[in-house]
Design a protein around this ligand. Structure first.
Ligand SMILES: [Zn+2]
Length: 172
């Protein structure tokens, strides 16, 4: 988005909303250009927030299952091996080891995208990552970017392709 006629940018307004630019408060309160742009941003973000809190892409019960798994109440015996496809055949890798690598990769990558990893679990050979975002981060886009980056990273670290699901469970 281009700068406003009054000379301020969307970045300025984001900083203002985040409370990081107290010197802008008086201007924003009086400026019709800033007011109009702020209203537009609020509309966009409320659409993002609605998307983020509507659990459409998250299968029913998944969040509870993943959180239960992370708390150690596993739906199957702890340490049960997870089968992952590898070129030239199948190999078993301890679920715990896979999860440790996945969790570290998720945390490493999420920070750069403004996301916070709440929980990770490997279920039926698929990685489930639950994340939250701080409003007004572009959370939906970031969650998708995280999925893509994790897919690439895990291929590199594990040498296998895991199906990665990133679930945006809250924007706060
Ligand atoms: Zn202005």
């Amino acid at each position: 988005m281009s700068p406003l006629p009054c000379g301020h940018s969307v970045d300025d307004l984001v900083a203002h909303l985040a409370g990081d630019a107290p010197e802008l408060a008086a201007h924003v309160a009086a400026c019709p250009h800033c007011a109009a742009r702020l209203a537009e941003l609020e509309r966009r973000w409320s659409a993002v927030r609605e998307t983020a809190v509507t659990p459409v892409p998250t299968p029913p019960g998944l969040v509870e299952r993943v959180l239960a798994a992370v708390r150690g109440v596993r739906p199957r015996p702890a340490g049960a091996p997870v089968e992952v496809d590898r070129e030239g055949g199948r190999t078993s890798v301890a679920e715990r080891a896979v999860l440790a690598v996945c969790r570290q990769a998720a945390v490493d990558l999420a920070g750069d995208l403004g996301l916070h990893v709440r929980a990770t679990a490997v279920e039926d050979g698929e990685l489930q990552v639950l994340v939250t975002a701080r409003y007004p981060a572009p959370a939906v886009v970031a969650a998708d970017d995280l999925r893509t980056a994790l897919d690439r990273e895990l291929r590199a670290r594990l040498g296998v392709a895991l199906v990665v699901h990133v679930h945006l469970i809250d924007v706060h």
